[in-house]
Design a binder for this molecule. Structure first.
Ligand code: ATP
Ligand code: MG
Length: 720
């Protein structure tokens, strides 16, 4: 079983694999490391990755791209409205308010969700990895922008679910980069020494992400992030395209805004020009043949001009670079180095902004395109038992403050901040409620989030009843930022206490207590975590305990194992330090059912999409087999006819009239292939191939037998 890391970029994806010898990046079916985030549809199949991008201009309405930023959003979302202005394909509102992408597939109108489209791309990546590694792929770590909110993260997990991938972690992109940087560094400061602070800048296609990270030997801790979700390389392309559009209107009276195909070609050309300008400061040409109205256009630009046209983008970059110093509470002197990744950090202006903001050169220690995928593969290896890698502790952050609100109890409403911005993650907090009846809590982002709605989720805690004496029960909620960066109420349990009476039972129960508590011990393998004790909350009865957690699945298990078990131990408030067992309190925790209402697909919807994806894959496979059969037939026709011609290997191994008949037959099959034989099913092609082979193979056989005779080749050489 292989463990892989996937960098799911807005423009392109990279896959890396962790092997005994280290991390490798996997090349796709076009021998390229980067696979475009592009999914297209045709009358017969889906076209994924490189092939999809290659046919974009000729199949514009059915080639979908830029969908990373649509995940988890509603159609009415202002960001979505802004994105879809640039899409040549149709996007519409679904009945549930979600996004529908309408394409023509198998000669029918089909509407897919962004989750489905993402799943299609992920199946391609899974396939690329499975082919390269010659093994099944299930476990993976997928990257997400650190600014992704709950809704977006859930949507990506759903997409992976549709693609049949088991995501061990959604990993923040700059954290993956930090891991790639840190794991092989031999000279990091010791555990007790002042950490090395490194800033990572990832300027990609759709956004800019910066993070500050503190490294010590064997561990990294993200201090803070600063991001601009609306500032990426594509904004430069669009500014340049606007400039040239205006230029062509003036000089040629051709308006690219009136022709989507022309605009798309212009975007592709300015992107090329932009890349050339990164390496070259002289004036560079831009030529597009047959641009509009069958006319060619040309223009030119030099770097300084581009910098002026894109000034707004560069101002935003500068602002975000400065924000990281503020968010991480660092001065530029505190920073050891600034590492850059992401395609758009190749732009010289970006490098000089970095120099100005931090007073040091941008360093390029890492592979700019592959660092994220490599970090994800490393993390996947760490989380999976399949591959052993060096231990490395990772503490990430949750970038937005999160509030929890609860409904009326004793006529009091309440809410509190459970996680301040840049709180360590993954992390769990225990909140204690005293309740006589079922109740609900809701979580909200309390900061400005790049999402139109701050709601995270609502959780109904069921089956709460008063004690036999009519008193409130103690209910503990575990509120968690989980390993994917998703905020959730992970469990609710009723805590019942009674004085111990039975010594025997006590001893037995003590063991189970230890087991249960050990399993619940924070972050055994993640290390470096402080177990904070804290009294907090607006009401006296809100007792808060912080503890850091490992991954979700293990925790779930430990909690279910605790259900209904009595165990003895120190009481929760840790006042009872007595070793005298007779004074110990028996504690029983009962897991309470929770009904969650949060983002993401229902199981029913997910199953429907999984089934639909399965059918599309079967269709793609069938189409591939059909195309392969057609190609095999075509190839045989060319090969045999070639060899039968004058002076070629089979020419003299068949009588002339038979040869002429066969060549005629081959010609007619060729004719048929381009005519009605263009679109037949697989069997028709393989039947025709067998028919030709009954004529062609005996000739080949005669030639072979001739060659195998001693001295045959000399004789053959004399004969020609
Ligand atoms: P994101 O991280 O935003 O989801 P991504 O990971 O797909 O997207 P990258 O592959 O890091 O993005 O970067 C792609 C961007 O980098 C594109 O906008 C591309 O034009 C730009 N780019 C690549 N090479 C250069 C270059 N030499 N000069 C300028 N820009 C470049
Ligand atoms: Mg990226």
């Amino acid at each position: 079983m292989s463990v892989i890391g996937i960098d799911f970029g807005n423009e392109s994806c990279y896959i890396a694999v962790a092997k005994a010898g280290g991390i490798e990046t996997i090349a796709n079916d076009y021998s390229l490391r980067g696979t475009p985030s592009c999914v297209a549809f045709s009358q017969k199949n889906r076209i994924l990755g490189v092939a999809a991008k290659n046919q974009m201009v000729t199949n514009m309405k059915n080639t979908v791209f830029g969908f990373k930023r649509l995940l988890g959003r509603k159609f009415s979302d202002p960001l979505v409205q802004k994105e879809l202005k640039h899409f040549p394909f149709k996007v519409e509102q679904r009945s549930d308010g979600g996004i529908g992408i309408r394409v023509n597939y198998l000669n029918e109108d089909n509407v897919f969700t962004p989750e489905q489209i993402t799943a299609m791309l992920l199946t391609k990546l899974k396939d690329v990895a499975a082919t390269a590694l010659q093994t099944q792929i299930n476990d993976c770590v997928i990257s997400v922008p650190s600014y992704f909110t709950n809704a977006e993260r859930n949507a990506l997990l759903n997409a992976a679910g549709i693609a049949g991938l088991n995501v061990l972690r959604l990993m923040n992109e700059t954290t993956a980069t930090a891991l790639t940087y840190g794991i092989y560094k031999q000279d990091l400061p010791g555990a007790e020494e002042k950490p090395r602070n490194v800033v990572f800048v990832d300027f990609g296609h759709s956004s800019l992400q910066v993070s500050a990270c503190a490294f010590n030997k064997g561990k990294l801790r993200i201090l803070a992030t600063a991001t601009d979700a609306q500032c990426g390389g594509r904004d430069i392309d669009m500014a340049l395209a606007d400039y040239f559009t205006q230029d062509f209107v003036t000089r040629y009276k051709l308006d690219a805004r009136k022709n989507q195909r022309a605009y798309l070609r212009l975007l592709q050309e300015v992107e090329k020009l932009k890349k050339q300008m990164s390496a070259n400061s002289t004036r560079l040409p831009l030529n597009i043949e047959c641009f509009m109205e069958e006319r060619d256009v040309s223009g030119d630009m030099q770097r300084s001009q581009m910098e002026q046209i894109c000034a707004e983008t560069f101002n935003r970059v500068e602002r975000t670079l400065r924000a990281i110093l503020h968010n991480a509470k660092l001065r530029s002197e505190d920073i050891h180095s600034v590492e850059i990744v992401g395609g758009s950090t190749r732009i010289p202006a970006v490098k000089s902004l970095i120099e100005q903001a931090f007073g040091k050169h941008a360093s390029t220690t890492l592979n700019q395109d592959e660092a994220v995928a490599r970090g994800c593969a490393l993390q996947c290896a760490m989380l999976s038992p399949a591959v052993r890698v060096r231990e490395f502790s990772i503490t990430d952050v949750q970038p937005y403050a999160v509030r929890l609100a609860w409904d009326a109890a004793r006529n009091e409403d309440g809410d509190m901040e459970v996680f301040p911005a840049f709180h360590a993650a993954p992390f769990s907090k225990m909140l204690t409620f005293y309740r006589k009846e079922p109740f609900s809590v809701s979580a909200y982002y309390s900061d400005q989030v790049p999402y139109p709605d701050t709601f995270i989720g609502q959780w109904q805690i069921k089956d709460v009843q008063p004690t036999p004496e009519g008193e409130s029960q103690k209910v503990k909620l575990k509120v968690r930022v989980n390993i994917h960066g998703i905020i959730t109420v992970a469990s609710a349990s009723l805590v019942e206490k009674k004085q111990d009476t039975s010594q025997n039972e006590n001893i037995e129960m003590e063991n189970s207590s230890e087991n249960a508590q050990n399993q619940d011990t924070p972050m055994e393998t993640n290390g470096g975590n402080q177990d904070q004790q804290q009294q907090n909350g607006p009401e006296n009865n809100q007792e808060v305990r912080d503890e850091e957690m490992k991954g979700e699945p293990q925790q779930k298990q430990s909690w279910t194992q605790r259900v209904g078990q009595w165990f003895s131990g120190e009481s929760d408030d840790k006042k009872d330090k007595s070793k005298d067992k007779s004074k110990k309190v028996l504690v029983k925790t009962v897991e309470l059912p929770i009904e969650a209402q949060t983002h993401g697909l229902s199981v029913h919807e997910l199953n429907g999409y999984v089934e639909q994806e399965g059918k599309m894959q079967a269709q793609d496979r069938q189409e591939k087999e059909r195309a392969d059969a057609r190609n095999a037939l075509e190839e045989y026709v060319y090969e045999l006819r070639g060899k039968l011609s004058e002076g070629e290997t089979l020419h003299d191994f068949v009588a002339e009239d038979q040869r002429n008949k066969l060549v005629n037959h081959l010609d007619s099959v060729e004719q048929w292939l381009y005519d009605e034989g263009e679109d037949q099913n697989r069997q028709v092609y393989s039947d025709k191939l067998s028919e030709l082979k009954t004529e062609g193979e005996p000739i080949k056989q005669r030639r072979l037998e001739f060659e195998l005779r001693p001295g045959a080749l000399d004789e053959f050489a004399l004969s020609i």
